[in-house]
Design a protein around this ligand. Structure first.
Ligand SMILES: C[S@@+](CC[C@H](N)C(=O)[O-])C[C@H]1O[C@@H](n2cnc3c(N)ncnc32)[C@H](O)[C@@H]1O
Length: 297
């Protein structure tokens, strides 16, 4: 599971990340902007708004100059909130390091929003929101969809990394690299076998695992052009990086809401005022998110 330290690390390294706003081609996905611009009330200048699990403020940035009486972003990562301050200077940052949302904070807001964020706090936390809202307030969220478009992308990424772990790709690469200096013949035989093995699994590689496979191929083939210590450091560094990425993609897959999670969230005392529907991008067949909405009557 991704820890607060992992999130801090992530936001330190990617202070302006809008990764979930971009498609596989790295271009901005306009559908999310359109979704929010259509769903928000036209006049917002008298409304207070809070973005739950706001990260670096991607959501507020999509609203552009839309005015609110008060803007706040809540996140468990102080580094995310530092970025929020820079990216959206008129938003206040609220640090909340638990998965329980503070009622005394939520009750102050007219609009409670979240984009691929609140599901990290767990289904119970989402279910509890209505009881913490003031009369007339509205909750609108886009949440990861189990089996959906983003989920499938991360699941593939996760499986690629799991394959590297299963074949002990890093440990073996280090052992082989150790031979470079003292037994060139053994090195070349083992490196060739190692690379052939990776090639037989080529359907598995994507994103991080694909970068590793391409990188190790280049290093093992052209090893004479590199410092031995740099090759060892590259393999060890990659392993550490993929450990973190693995925790992140696993968490995204774990928090993605299934149909039964959504049923559980929307059942009970407030069931009449919840709506939940799949949200699909223009060019995709799979839903990308759950659109969860609740209005407190
Ligand atoms: C995928 S990012 C989404 C950020 C932002 N909503 C966006 O659209 O770019 C998920 C965010 O959830 C935050 N988060 C994870 N667990 C949390 C928790 N228990 N309480 C508050 N924020 C949390 C992380 O720090 C991270 O900023």
């Amino acid at each position: 599971m991704t820890t607060i330290d992992d999130w801090n690390e992530y936001w330190k390294e990617n202070p302006n990340s809008k990764v979930l706003f971009t498609g596989d081609d790295g271009k901005t996905i306009g559908d999310f902007e359109k979704f929010w611009s259509q769903i928000l009330p036209y006049h917002t200048q008298n409304l207070s708004v809070i973005d739950i699990a706001c990260g670096s403020g991607a959501l507020f940035q999509t609203f552009g100059d839309k005015a609110f009486s008060r803007k706040a972003g809540l996140d468990c990562s102080s580094d995310a909130l530092n970025s929020l301050q820079k990216n959206v200077p008129d938003a206040e940052g609220i640090l909340n390091e638990t998965s329980v949302l503070p009622k005394e904070t939520l009750i102050e807001f007219d609009l409670i929003l979240s984009q691929f964020g609140i599901e990290y706090l767990g289904t119970e936390s989402i279910k509890d929101i209505p009881g913490k809202m003031k009369q007339g307030a509205e909750f609108i969220a886009l949440c990861h969809y189990n089996g959906g478009h983003i989920y499938s992308r991360y699941k593939r990424e996760k499986e690629g990394i799991e394959t590297l772990f299963a074949i002990e790709a890093f440990e073996n690469a280090l052992q082989i690299a150790e031979l470079m200096n003292n037994d060139t013949i053994a090195y070349e035989i083992r490196a060739r076998d190692y690379l052939s093995h990776l090639a037989t699994l080529d359907k598995k590689w994507c994103a991080g695992s694909l970068h590793f496979v391409n990188g190790i191929q280049q290093l093992f083939v052209a090893y004479k052009q590199y410092d031995h210590s740099d090759i060892l450091a590259w393999i060890k560094g990659f392993k550490l990086q993929l450990d973190i990425i693995y925790r992140r993609v696993t968490t995204i897959c774990d928090v993605a809401l299934s149909e039964s999670d959504v049923q559980q969230i929307t059942s009970g005392q407030y069931s009449d005022s919840w709506t939940a529907s799949p949200f699909t991008l223009k060019n995709s067949s799979l839903p990308v998110a759950w659109n969860l909405r609740f209005k407190k009557k």
